[in-house]
Design a protein around this ligand. Sequence first.
Ligand code: HEC
Length: 135
Amino acid sequence: MRTRALLLCALAASLVGACVPKNYTPVEQIPALKSLAEVMDVQSTTADPEFAKIGQGTYADADFAAFAETSRKIDATSKHLKDFSKGPEWDALAAQLGAKATALGAAATAKDAGAASQALTDMKATCKACHSKFK
Ligand code: HEC
């Protein structure tokens, strides 16, 4: 099955010039994701590698670039989360996630390691807060 999927993937790639696994969902495609599970998959594949960098005193330019990309993607997922709303508390947590994404973006632009680490810490806490309430 896996081989067949890979072959189909290769065929699709040769036809349309791209075969993008869903964990590489580009930011523009996030609003079209059909299920909460897909949104969460994008969130974890985007944010988890960055969460692993929490607490470092310094970051390379490549890290700040990854933080900026994470900021854009989580901003998009946080907006799309409202389409799966489970009430006002859900919406507030989604908005909070968006605010942390904005903070991460600002830290990335400023190349402020402390602010970036803090924004990632706060973002991770927001993921957890929603999971303990709704998952
Ligand atoms: C507004 C609420 C909310 C926020 C914020 C949120 N999640 Fe979720 N998450 C959920 C719910 C609800 C589920 C269970 C979905 C289901 O049952 O289909 C879930 C499921 C998941 C899953 C599926 C795997 C599992 O253990 O069930 C992952 C991975 C995940 N979330 C990652 C994240 C990450 C990373 C963030 C933060 C960047 C985040 N989530 C933020 C509500 C949220």
